[in-house]
Design a protein around this ligand. Structure first.
Ligand SMILES: [Zn+2]
Ligand SMILES: [Zn+2]
Length: 324
């Protein structure tokens, strides 16, 4: 286990074990045992991934509009989808914010940044980081998330999207969940690199980067242009045969998953032990150093293209010399 050096200590209040691990599926030579452990850790323990599967199942079985209703674009079912997203995103980001940032139930334990979020901020709308983040999340974020969802479900009733049922192919049905997270990671890397192109950065992505000291509401606090690009990952379901639960999982992975990964805390402690993984140090490093970690830990694009910051001091020195 790597030790926390004084240099990193000065940058972060809490630093997890480094180097930050990436999905071992792409390691060479292949290490299937490590990949099996990665899958168990991600999917068989209570995690953000599992929460997104659970939310998708609840949304589909209890709160999903009928196929008949979705054949035409009518306000009723569109509003239902928008409200469902609003409630889910508000609940998850809100509960995380309440627990960690307002009630401070965990103090600063496992918190990457030592300080609180900005209440008197010149860079955020309303002069307040949390209000700014809530505005862009619940306004633009939930709107564009719902727009993609409505587009998918409406066009799928017309046969434009290939479908899949559990009975048809149970193994593929299950395998598709981790594949969606890998696809999302590939898509995020390239979209995110595009967003760091200076003209687009200034117009759109700078809004997300107002947040150096991130919190749950920062996850999808983005400019509308970024929302359109970021959520376009969902268009894959027009190509890959999917069940509505896969689509809903993907919807929550992009929204609820982002709230969780931006918590600013490495994990939730229960009775003195870290029980649930939350924030990802990999992305925290992006908010701190900008020119690194454009993707996430599910795919190796950053490692392949030299922008991988693994959390070590050597990586910080190397990344500071990078132009992009
Ligand atoms: Zn971020
Ligand atoms: Zn960025």
């Amino acid at each position: 286990m790597a030790t926390v050096t004084s240099n990193r200590g000065a940058q972060f209040h809490y630093t997890p074990e480094v180097p930050v691990k990436l999905n071992p599926l792409f390691d060479w030579p292949p290490n299937l045992i490590e990949y099996a452990k990665w899958l168990v850790n991600s999917w068989l323990k209570f995690s953000g991934y599992l929460l997104c599967v659970l939310l998708a199942a609840i949304a589909y079985f209890a709160f999903h509009p009928s196929q008949a209703a979705m054949t035409s674009l009518s306000l009723g079912w569109i509003a239902q989808i928008w409200l469902r997203n609003l409630v889910i995103v508000f609940s998850v980001a809100g509960l995380l914010h309440l627990y960690f940032c307002m009630l401070k139930k965990q103090g600063r334990e496992l918190k990457y940044e030592g300080r609180d979020q900005d209440r008197n901020s010149k860079t955020h709308d309303f002069g307040n980081q949390v209000l700014d983040n809530m505005f862009w999340t619940l306004g633009s974020g939930v709107f564009f998330l719902s727009a993609y969802e409505v587009l998918y479900f409406w066009l799928s009733t017309k046969g434009y999207a290939p479908t899949l049922t559990f009975a048809e192919n149970p193994i593929w049905f299950i395998v598709l969940f981790p594949l969606i997270t890998i696809w999302s990671s590939i898509h995020f890397y390239w979209v995110h690199r595009l967003l760091h192109w200076p003209p687009l950065y200034r117009v759109a992505h700078a809004l997300h980067h107002r947040n150096v000291n991130i919190g749950p509401w920062s996850g999808i606090s983005m400019h509308p242009i970024e929302h359109v690009l970021y959520f376009s990952t969902l268009l894959i379901h027009f190509v890959i045969a999917s069940h509505p639960i896969h689509v809903l999982f993907h919807v929550y992975f992009q929204s609820v998953g982002a709230a969780i990964s931006h918590t600013g805390f490495e994990g939730l402690k229960i009775r003195g032990k870290k029980r649930v993984e939350l924030g990802t140090f990999f992305h925290q490093l992006h908010h701190k150093h900008f020119k690194c970690n454009y993707g996430n830990i599910e795919s190796p694009w950053d490692r392949w293209f030299g922008s991988y910051h693994d959390g070590t001091d050597a990586a910080t020195k190397r990344i500071r010399k990078r132009k992009w």
